[in-house]
Design a protein around this ligand. Structure first.
Ligand SMILES: CCCCCCCC(=O)SCCNC(=O)CCNC(=O)[C@H](O)C(C)(C)COP(=O)(O)OP(=O)(O)OC[C@H]1O[C@@H](n2cnc3c(N)ncnc32)[C@H](O)[C@@H]1OP(=O)(O)O
Length: 296
């Protein structure tokens, strides 16, 4: 393949095979847009696609960042997910149109069932906490993809400053061209690779623990807020697990309630997490306000 001089007039720069302009007479009259003459990725670079009019477009036509990292047109884009030069390139994830926004609020039982100050056994069939997962099996994306650059199949415009500046913009319904669009990440919880075991999100577990400890603190001291929460995640929690959460009051010091909990599987054989929490009483009863430490 003989080297071809780019339309930029850059001498001695060979075109990559995908970018060699075919020798056809009816080249469109639109101005030739300079693009990286070394980029081998036509679908990566819409400018390249425009400059090579007779190259069949990939199907579906998907535009990414304006160019590859080597392109002087877009020096600020170091993470084009489609560019083969990008270390962040990710496999295509099928996009699902019209997916509703999923708020980043894990679904937890509204009334967690606690086994308070009691030994684990005997386990009541009613006592385990069912850790409902926010991980919808139909959600299109995954935590992995949220940590990754824009999906190659993303409908987000490649020109979006949002998509260029943030790696998380997979399904945003916002106008991608608006520079003032608020950042609204959609939080799906489906593994990008089907074979990956589905594990409960640590934040969902934290919510479960916080809510459970808070319920116990509320039962002890009325209105409380969480001041500190410390969790040791000891074993992964499979999705849709039924769990037993055993919460206990460790000590109380004035408005401060120190609580702890153990999060077991339903059989009480696997300890998934241990946690401690400090809750601050908000509206102490009169005797506590006068006397300070209740000693309970
Ligand atoms: C039924 C469902 C129940 C669900 C319960 C869920 C509860 C929640 O999730 S609430 C939401 C998350 N929490 C919050 O938003 C709390 C935000 N923080 C606050 O409002 C305040 O910082 C608050 C209330 C914790 C403490 O402020 P304040 O009331 O002024 O108390 P303050 O005087 O600063 O501290 C009281 C004592 O707690 C201690 N303390 C406060 N925060 C901490 C902390 N993070 N770590 C250690 N100690 C602390 C203080 O040192 C002080 O100790 P001492 O009396 O010995 O000097």
């Amino acid at each position: 393949m003989s080297p071809v001089v780019s339309p930029l007039g850059v001498p001695n720069v060979p075109w990559c095979p995908s970018h060699i302009p075919p020798a056809v007479p009816n080249v469109p009259s639109e101005p030739i847009v300079p693009f990286c003459p070394q980029c081998p990725c036509v679908p990566c670079c819409p400018l390249a696609v425009r400059a090579v009019p007779n190259v069949p477009l990939p199907s579906p036509v998907s535009l990414c960042c304006p160019c590859c990292p080597h392109c002087p047109q877009c020096p600020q884009c170091p993470h084009c997910p489609r560019c083969p030069h990008c270390p962040c390139a990710v496999p295509a994830v099928p996009s699902v149109p019209n997916v509703p926004i999923v708020p980043d609020v894990p679904i937890v039982p509204s009334v967690p069932v606690l086994s308070l100050l009691s030994p684990l056994s005997p386990l009541s069939p009613l006592s385990p906490v069912s850790l409902l997962s926010p991980m919808s099996p139909v959600s299109p994306m995954s935590p992995l993809s949220l940590m990754s650059p824009m999906s190659p199949m993303s409908p987000v415009s490649p020109m979006s400053p949002l998509s260029l500046m943030s790696p998380v913009s997979p399904m945003s319904p916002l106008s991608p061209m608006s520079p003032v669009s608020p950042f609204v990440p959609i939080v799906p919880f489906v593994p990008i690779v089907p074979d990956v075991p589905r594990l409960a999100h640590g934040g969902a577990i934290a919510t479960l623990i916080d809510t459970s400890l808070g319920t116990l603190a509320l039962a002890v001291a009325g209105r409380v807020v969480t001041a500190n929460l410390s969790i040791d995640y000891l074993a992964p929690v499979p999705l849709r697990s039924v769990l037993l959460l055993e919460a206990f009051l460790q000590r109380r010091q004035g408005r401060k309630l120190f609580l702890g909990c153990d999060l077991w599987d339903a059989e009480g054989t696997t300890l998934h997490a241990k946690a401690t929490g400090l809750f601050i009483q908000q509206d102490p009863p009169k005797e506590a306000a006068r006397g300070g430490d209740s000693g309970r």
